[in-house]
Design a protein around this ligand. Structure first.
Ligand code: AMP
Length: 188
């Protein structure tokens, strides 16, 4: 796997566990030589992710939108920064640049991005692995929602077949890599 897109909060969250998770994710990407694709922000968990991956010698690609760049809300030290005219084009580019997707805890921006890639996967527009980092049990309410949706007959594909979930960063990376074919696994 060459690149993973990370969706995560533009805020820090109240519990230090969230910033720690962003840091650990950046380090894990660099350690595994996987390029980090993210939203390019210089705030909150997003900034922590980029700083930790870059600090460990990793490659980080930011994809931001012109309006946010104009407000100076972008990381100045990235390996690459792409700027798109609209949020739609931004998400499209993040998806195209990435071989897989992980959502860390965050707010509505994070959920919107994660659900778009999950929806596109359910509809067969891509088959890239999707994961949720359930640090501090943050995503337990979402897990409950998804099992309710599945039990009530609203999912085409079983949730567990489409989304890998773990509270541990290395375990989640292993789960994602396990869903890939053999040649990609060799780059572990
Ligand atoms: P949220 O979870 O609401 O904090 O939003 C996080 C997601 O929204 C990120 O993955 C970004 O793609 C996007 N986002 C929110 N704020 C910013 C920002 N200041 N700069 C770049 N992207 C942002």
């Amino acid at each position: 796997m060459n690149s993973i897109c990370i969706f995560l909060g533009s805020n820090t969250g109240n519990d230090p566990l969230y910033m720690q998770a962003a840091r650990e994710t950046g380090l894990e990407l660099a350690k595994r030589n996987i390029t980090c694709v993210y939203g390019g922000s210089s705030t909150g968990m997003m900034n922590e992710l980029a700083d930790s991956a870059l600090g460990a010698g990793g490659k980080v690609i930011g994809v931001t939108v012109q309006a946010l760049k104009d407000k100076e809300q972008f990381h100045k030290g990235l390996s690459e920064l792409h700027v798109t005219p609209t949020m739609h084009e931004r998400k499209k580019m993040m998806i195209e640049l990435s071989d897989g997707f992980i959502a860390l805890p965050g707010g509505i921006g994070t959920y919107e991005e994660f659900f778009e890639v999950y929806t596109l996967k359910q509809l067969g527009f891509h088959s890239k692995p999707c994961g949720l980092l359930n640090v501090n049990n943050f995503y337990n309410p979402l897990e409950l929602m998804m099992s309710t949706a599945e039990g009530e007959g609203f999912l085409k594909t079983p949730y567990a077949e489409s989304v890998s979930v773990s509270g541990s960063v290395p375990e989640l990376f292993d789960l994602l890599l396990d869903t890939l074919d053999t040649p990609a696994k060799l780059s572990r």
